[in-house]
Write a protein that binds this ligand. Structure first.
Ligand code: AMP
Length: 217
């Protein structure tokens, strides 16, 4: 299974990606988490990404993202399939993904769009916390960690993402509308789009997600 997760920032892609990965035993490739981790660890990729102001919500150039995804998906854990969270985000990225998979004799099983109205999403950002080590996400109201302020998986102190600041959230949503919403049509035209209503508890959204995955050919 090669699954693309679509939807605006803050809609719950990270949370659903975690559940899908666990249930279907596939690796998740989150380009945002990859970039934040590369910057923190000062890797070669991190030094390149630092130039592009991702903390302000601006996109990394397509060629950089595509090269990073090509390298990551060539690793052994991706042989039987993977889940893409945050990639593709532009039409050229989607085209590059299609070509890359064709060259490997693979194809996208489906693009799962998590849908919620923008005002609902803006509200969700205020309580969002993430683990800086494993990238798992929490919400103070809807999905609190078991121990206050600590990651359930590795007990690291949870943090607020720098780009969850309200002004930057606004910018991220604008960039999403302009550059990423055309992907919904891209996958619809190819008969690969599956839309899920994301306004519900994570558990309920996950059962909708499983229904949608069950319909994929
Ligand atoms: P995310 O964690 O998916 O919200 O990504 C955080 C940030 O990383 C985004 O706001 C972008 O600046 C950058 N980023 C992640 N994935 C991509 C992508 N596919 N194309 C361009 N920029 C990206």
């Amino acid at each position: 299974m090669i699954l693309v997760l679509l939807g605006p920032p803050g809609v719950g892609k990270g949370t659903q990606a975690g559940r899908i990965a666990l249930h279907y035993e596939v690796s998740t490739i989150s380009t945002g988490a990859m970039f934040r981790d590369a910057i923190t660890r000062h890797t070669d990729l991190g030094r390149i990404i630092e130039r592009y102001r991702i903390e302000k919500g601006e996109y990394v150039p397509d060629e950089v993202v595509i090269a990073a995804v090509k390298a990551r998906t060539a690793e052994p854990d991706c042989e039987t399939g993977f889940l893409l969270d945050g990639f593709p985000r532009t039409i050229p990225q989607a085209g590059a993904l299609t070509t890359m998979l064709e060259e490997r004799g693979q194809h996208v099983s489906g693009a799962l769009e998590l849908k919620a109205p923008i005002p609902e999403i803006v509200g969700r950002f205020s309580g969002r916390l993430v683990c800086p080590v494993d990238g798992s996400s929490y919400h103070l109201l809807t999905q609190p960690p078991v121990q206050s302020g600590l990651c359930d998986l590795c007990h690291t102190q949870l943090v607020r993402r720098a780009d969850d600041d309200p002004d930057i959230v606004q910018r991220r949503l604008e960039v999403y509308m302009e550059k990423t919403t055309p992907l919904i049509e891209y996958y619809r035209e190819r008969g690969l789009l599956y839309t899920v209503d994301a306004i519900a508890e994570p558990e309920t959204v996950f059962s909708r997600v499983m229904d949608a995955i069950g319909q994929m050919k």
